[in-house]
Design a protein around this ligand. Structure first.
Ligand code: ADP
Length: 391
């Protein structure tokens, strides 16, 4: 059983807290991803697990043993990095067997492991080749093979697909998933690519400024984001937010003219500042009859229309807003909360043009409310029954 546990792990450098009180309890055979914006502490967290970095606080356990002070070689882990560091002067087979030879394995055991890894990764025909005779994807498979032959308790992977082109990345993603199902080894995977994390992981750990924001299955993070950061980070294009104030259970905002009775789902005291979150797929044209429980129509102006083939993304603003258009289809900026626009995904056949005035509705069952000050989620649907929420 390879249970991996991070207990209040902290890593401070002189001027920055790279990892801040991280608690992760990872089950045997689980595939988890560490995800968050650049500089949030993903790699440092992974390095504390590997032993390449010593935490300044907290403990790390692998299979029930406290390894906080153990050397990397004594942790029974194998690592795969973004930069595929194959030995250029060695054949694929020599690269695969290098680690085993260092550990003085018998030839028979080496042969068995290499043939098994080569079979799993479908690189049997390449064992005699040199690294420069391989494609990027093949090289990455050999790098993963080098980790597999060590038969570790834990795999640690730091953006292993980041240097591959987009198509190959999607292909390797599927291969890694298959591999994980076959090997069933506890895996911690670092990526900044949320699509990668969502598709491969049993659970994702979303990190911001060194702090864990949510650790849950991908769909739970998507459907029930714990706070504003997770809500804005998971999903692309991301959730949009409207700032409002609640009085007598009625949420009103000053930008879009939204008036929304929240009282049947959530009790909110007067004057509380609230962020309403809604995903593009939960915003509809007002004449759409498929929405079960729609809000009152909201009159808006179409700012920009982006055809994506399977749908149209319609950026909306208040009629007299001086907002300038901001797209987030560019995934490099995943952290900005978009608060001055609503975004609607509609059927590509919809006849919508920039500058047009339209009425839209929100699906009440998909409206999320957050406390604006703390960022904490209050409720994930305005259809559910009122429960008391933390004040
Ligand atoms: P990520 O992997 O999420 O991009 P990192 O874990 O690499 O983030 O870095 C987290 C923070 O710690 C960043 O602010 C980074 O600048 C800082 N950091 C990382 N390594 C060092 C180091 N050796 N010395 C000082 N600061 C570091």
């Amino acid at each position: 059983m390879t249970h991996l546990k991070l207990d209040n792990v902290t890593k401070e450098y002189s001027d920055v807290v790279a990892v801040d009180g991280m608690n992760l309890d990872i089950e045997d055979g689980e595939f988890i991803s560490l995800i968050g914006p650049s500089g949030c502490g993903k790699s440092t967290t992974l390095e504390t697990i590997s032993g390449l970095t010593k935490p300044t606080g907290g403990h790390i356990e692998i299979a029930g043993n406290d390894v906080t002070d153990a050397a990397p070689k004594d942790r029974d882990i194998a690592m795969v990095f973004q930069n595929i560091a194959l030995f250029p002067h060695m054949t694929v087979e020599e690269n695969l067997t290098f680690g085993l030879r260092l550990k003085n394995y018998e030839q028979e055991a080496i042969d068995d492991r290499v043939s098994q890894a080569a079979d799993i990764l479908q690189i049997e025909g390449m064992l005699d080749r040199m690294p420069d005779e391989l494609s990027g994807g093949q090289r990455q498979r050999v790098a993963i093979g080098r980790a597999i032959v060590m038969d570790p308790e834990v795999f640690l992977m730091d953006e292993p697909l980041a240097n591959l082109d987009a198509k190959l990345r999607v292909h390797m993603r599927t291969e890694l998933q298959r591999l994980q199902q076959e090997l069933d080894v506890t895996t911690v995977y670092v990526t900044h690519d949320q699509a990668e994390a969502m598709t491969m992981s049993d659970r994702i750990a979303i990190i911001n400024h060194g702090e864990l924001q949510q650790f849950a299955p991908p769909l739970e993070c998507y459907n029930e984001p714990a706070n504003l950061f997770v809500a804005g980070f998971v999903g692309s294009p991301s959730m949009r937010f409207v700032q409002g104030e609640v009085n007598d259970g009625i949420l009103t905002d000053s930008k879009f003219g939204i008036t929304l009775d929240t009282s049947s789902s959530v009790k909110i005291e007067d004057n509380r500042q609230i962020s309403l979150g809604i995903r593009p797929e939960d915003v509809y044209l007002a004449n759409n009859e498929t929405v079960g429980n729609a809000t009152e129509p909201i009159a808006l102006e179409v700012d920009v229309v982006q055809p994506l083939g399977d749908k149209l993304m319609v950026y909306l603003r208040a009629p007299d807003s001086d907002l300038t258009f901001e797209s987030d289809l560019d995934e490099t900026d995943q952290t900005t909360s978009k608060t001055d626009q609503l975004l609607m995904a509609v059927d590509p056949s919809a006849d919508i043009e920039a500058g047009q005035q339209i009425d839209i509705v929100l699906d009440r069952s998909q409206i999320h409310l957050f406390d604006s000050a703390s960022g904490d989620a209050l409720v994930h649907s305005l259809e559910q029954k009122a429960e008391s929420v933390p004040s």
